[in-house]
Design a protein around this ligand. Structure first.
Ligand code: NAI
Length: 441
């Protein structure tokens, strides 16, 4: 089993750039990061400040280009930061075994061979919550634009038609907004909507603490029947797919509005079109679709195109500079915490574990062991620990179906031979996938 190497004073390719740009960073480079696809500059700065050698290539790479670029990084552990274009395939993971952390600077992780990453103890992070505020703000804007029929009148004005008048235009104050899915975005939206004077109610399958004057309702039907605006903020699950069909839309108040900036398959689009054409609903705002163009070069097709008072946006709810900056920081910090403390909070492949190092006088090192989750691992590990004669000041275990993550905290310096012997003993167990040692206190 390889001991994760802590390299000497490398002079990474971009080191001079870092100094020239005035970034102050830890002179002890502990690992290298390859950032692709123009991930936000906040990621690069954060990683460099935390002492990593960062190489940036501002485009997506093919499988072979990626393998070559990763192999060219300085000796030691490597991390890669991607968005949606670069694919982290099984071939890439096998070709570069020292790649143990992947940062997806986006929400989706479909571009990573997750099963293979999990089986090989590779952590994969993403940034599901960095765009929360951006989505909530766009929903609020959609609500006002729909209530004032701004888009049809804007389109008319652009072709020289003057549609002045109050018909069909409303304030949102004192109207009821029903939020389905009161998670990060739903609850943030509730706060913004209350600031506009709306009454806010929500339905969630989990018990959630209502913020401000918001009320939870007992059922989705109760929410649909009593809301002037219904906004969906649920994940894509078996339960939420087609949660708004003709039957549910039919329960909404006549002249209400439906807003979907969550996931495309949550709404039956054909049923929505019928409800809009029949004026059962007064309008809709949709940002996500059952099938979406793969790139800006492809045409956008939807049964909702051309309908009056329907705002169609190209899946941009979370697409703001601020969200990108937040994503850069969120993922970079997750990578740093993984590297330095073995923290896997938010990892989509490894069991989530984040336990602070115990406070003792003197040095503490953490042996971070990823192993196949099979019966007997802990007793074997504890046998090695007992035989090592090293005192243990902390031990934590997290598991998922495939892998276990174990921290063994020892009150000795990371370069102390006793710590290294213990690490090597644990690494030599047949079940161990990756075993490294980090100074944590
Ligand atoms: P979250 O996980 O914080 O909240 C989702 C909430 O929905 C949770 O409270 C959950 O309990 C609830 N829920 C799940 N199933 C439900 C059901 N059947 N009925 C009622 N409630 C249910 O997620 P977050 O961050 O608020 O995101 C919400 C949605 O927005 C996600 O689908 C996400 O993919 C999407 N999104 C869209 C973006 C865009 O660009 N349009 C950008 C960011 C997120």
């Amino acid at each position: 089993m390889r001991r994760d190497h802590r390299p000497g004073p490398h002079e990474p390719a971009n080191h001079a750039v870092a100094l020239a740009s005035g970034l102050v960073h830890n002179p002890i480079v502990t690992a290298s990061a390859l950032l692709l696809e123009k991930v936000h500059a906040t990621a690069e700065k954060s990683l460099m400040d935390d002492g990593y050698a960062v190489t940036r290539i501002n485009k997506g790479l093919t499988e072979d280009e990626l393998i070559e670029a990763l192999k060219a990084l300085p000796e030691g552990p490597v991390m890669v930061g991607i968005r949606s274009k670069t694919h982290i395939t099984a071939k890439v993971l096998d070709a570069v075994p020292r790649l143990d952390a992947v940062g997806c600077f986006c929400i989706g992780t479909d571009q990573v061979a997750l099963g293979h990453a999990r089986a090989n103890g590779v952590t994969v992070f993403n940034a599901p919550f960095s765009s929360t505020r951006s989505v909530a703000e766009l929903v609020m804007a959609d609500i006002v634009m729909l209530a004032r029929r701004i888009f049809p009148r804007n389109a008319a004005a652009h072709v020289g038609s003057w549609e002045k008048g109050a018909t069909g235009a409303h304030e949102v104050r004192a109207k009821t907004l029903g939020i389905i899915g009161y998670g990060h975005i739903g609850s943030q939206l509730g706060i913004l909507a209350e600031a506009f004077g709306m009454n806010v109610q929500y339905f969630d399958i989990e018990k959630k603490l209502p913020l401000g004057n918001t009320n939870s309702v007992v059922s989705m039907d109760a929410l649909l029947e009593s809301s002037d605006f219904v906004s969906l903020h649920v994940p894509d699950t078996e339960m939420t797919r087609n949660m708004m069909t003709a039957a549910e839309i039919g329960k909404m108040k006549k002249g209400a509005y439906l807003i979907n900036l969550s996931r495309g398959k949550v709404v039956d689009i054909d049923a929505l079109r019928i409800a809009l054409e029949s004026k059962a609903l007064a309008g809709a705002a949709v940002d996500v679709y059952p099938s979406e163009p793969a790139s800006n070069a492809e045409p956008f097709e939807s049964p909702l195109r051309g309908l009056d008072n329907v705002i169609l946006t190209p899946h941009i709810g979370g697409s703001t500079q601020e969200a990108q900056a937040n994503i850069g920081l969120e993922v970079a910090q997750a990578l740093d915490r993984f590297r330095k403390f073995g923290s896997t909070m938010g990892s989509v492949t490894l069991p989530n574990l984040d336990v602070p190092a115990p406070k003792v006088s003197g040095s503490v090192s953490r042996i971070i062991n990823l192993h196949r989750n099979v019966p007997g691992v802990l007793s074997e590990t504890n046998r090695v620990v007992a035989e090592s004669g090293v005192n243990i000041v902390g031990q934590s275990l997290g598991t998922n179906e495939d892998v276990g993550l174990l921290y063994v905290d020892v009150p000795v310096a990371a370069d102390d031979p006793k710590a290294e012997n213990l690490r090597a003993g644990i690494a030599a167990l047949g079940t161990s996938l990756r075993t490294r040692i980090e100074p944590v206190g």
